[in-house]
Ligand binder design. Structure first.
Ligand code: GLY
Ligand code: MN
Ligand code: MN
Length: 428
């Protein structure tokens, strides 16, 4: 394992909270993610199902967790199944959890080999009427690739057609939105590692450098701390910064251009999500600084609004009001245009076409909806941006913020003031 795991107490608490939400006479079943095929006999690096990780800390493929709180036999109320290791497997594929390790990591007393799954499940199923099954229900995501949870749900409905099935995802979503202190610690670590990458990159960025060379600085900083990229990094110079999901990162950074970096480390499966925009030659032009300062004001104002009681939707609406003023100040739109705008297609949209932020946690776009009331303990990104393709300017600044009466910026130590950026980039 490349990270310091969260002690099992948190997983015990998380499971207790989930069990508290299940109907009487029910059980819940949740599967690990698949190892995804890459090419030939290779797979992509394994990424655990965030929902399973949240309630078990188990970071291995081919695991199933069953929670059957009403079972008369205490040892069958909570069972984790893991793949059986043997010497041959260890010789070829390396290390897998032993039963004891899985027990220690998860705090689940009854860990069994997967070979026992079918029979144990039959016993548990005979004691319940309702079964909660899990799915990735992220609103804006569709995929043609069936997950293990989906395949399992189809099998269960075939094999146990007279049971009642319920959705587990809404229950887990409710829990995952509010972060435990241990989770905040991991997220802070992911932010700190991201900062190391940024400071490292600041030392080498100059005209002529390739975007992917900058990406490599972050990759190095992440890898030596046991982290990986939380998402495909965006290293976008000049006009590339106006392509919101630019990930090719294969162009040369030119003198006079801005460089937009949207990069975050993932540590122990917890994500950071940072954006910074810097001048390639170490000095902002007057116009670049003018637009930068407008975005920075929006970042600061936006972060302050992340207090309990609001919603992402209301927050975004407030930020866009400020955005309109900034865009007028920058001479990009007029008051007249704002006054006469069609509310379903506001004029600011030409220069600011994305949301102001999203939930962050085990997933970079974490569970939760734009209509959810913000509560203490939630983590939201604040990421205003202004994109002016006709001027080759694209500026986004993004911090990760813990919702509280006084919101906590988890990226407070990552340089963002333009004078600080220029000072750090000054080569001696
Ligand atoms: N890096 C993805 C995002 O900012 O939402
Ligand atoms: Mn983001
Ligand atoms: Mn981002």
């Amino acid at each position: 394992m490349r990270y310091q795991p969260i002690p099992s107490d948190m997983y015990i608490r998380n499971r207790a909270k989930l069990v508290g939400k299940l109907k009487p006479g029910s059980m819940a079943i949740i599967n690990s993610n698949d190892e995804m095929p890459r090419s030939g006999d290779q797979t992509f690096p394994f990424k655990q199902n965030s929902d399973l990780f949240y309630i078990s800390g188990c970071d291995q493929e081919k695991c199933v967790l069953t929670l059957c709180p009403g079972h008369p036999v205490e040892s069958l109320r909570e069972v984790l199944f893991i793949v059986r290791t043997n010497d041959l497997m260890v010789t070829w594929n390396g290390y897998k959890y032993t039963l004891t390790e899985a027990r220690q990591l998860s705090g689940i007393k009854n860990v069994k080999w997967l070979d026992d799954f079918e029979l144990t499940l039959r016993d548990q199923m005979s004691r319940v009427q309702t079964v909660y099954l899990n799915q990735n229900e992220y609103i804006k995501f569709t995929t043609e690739v069936p997950s293990r949870d989906l395949r399992f749900a189809e099998k269960m409905k075939r094999e146990y057609p007279v049971h009642t099935f319920e959705r587990l995802a809404p229950l887990l979503t409710d829990l995952r939105k509010i972060k435990e202190p241990e989770e905040i610690t991991q997220m802070q670590k992911a932010c700190d590692i991201t900062e190391e990458g940024f400071r490292r990159a600041l030392g080498m960025i100059k005209p002529g450098v390739l975007e992917y060379e900058i990406e490599a600085e972050f990759t190095h900083a992440f890898a030596i701390r046991g982290a990986v990229h939380a998402y495909q990094p965006i290293v976008a110079s000049g006009k590339n910064a106006c392509v919101l999901h630019y990930i090719t990162n294969d162009q040369t950074c030119n003198n006079g251009d801005l460089l937009l970096l949207d990069i975050g480390a993932e540590y122990g499966n917890y994500c950071a999500d940072m954006s910074r925009t810097i001048p390639v030659n170490g000095k902002f032009s007057a116009r670049q600084r003018q637009v930068y300062e407008a975005v920075l004001r929006l970042l600061k104002a936006g972060m302050k609004m992340l207090i309990p009681g609001t919603t992402n939707e209301k927050w975004h609406a407030e930020v866009t009001k400020l955005m309109e003023k900034e865009l007028i100040g920058l001479g990009l739109i007029t008051e007249e245009e704002v006054k006469n705008q069609d509310p379903s297609n506001p004029v600011f949209f030409k220069y600011y076409m994305h949301g102001t932020g999203h939930f962050l946690g085990l997933d970079v776009h974490d569970v939760g909806s734009r209509q959810d009331e913000l509560k203490r303990g939630m983590v939201i990104t604040c990421e205003p941006g202004i994109y002016i393709p006709e001027e080759d300017i694209g500026i986004r600044l993004e911090n990760d913020v813990l919702v509280d009466d006084v919101p906590v910026n988890l990226m407070a130590s990552i340089p963002v003031e333009p004078d600080d950026i220029e000072a750090l980039m000054k080569k001696v």
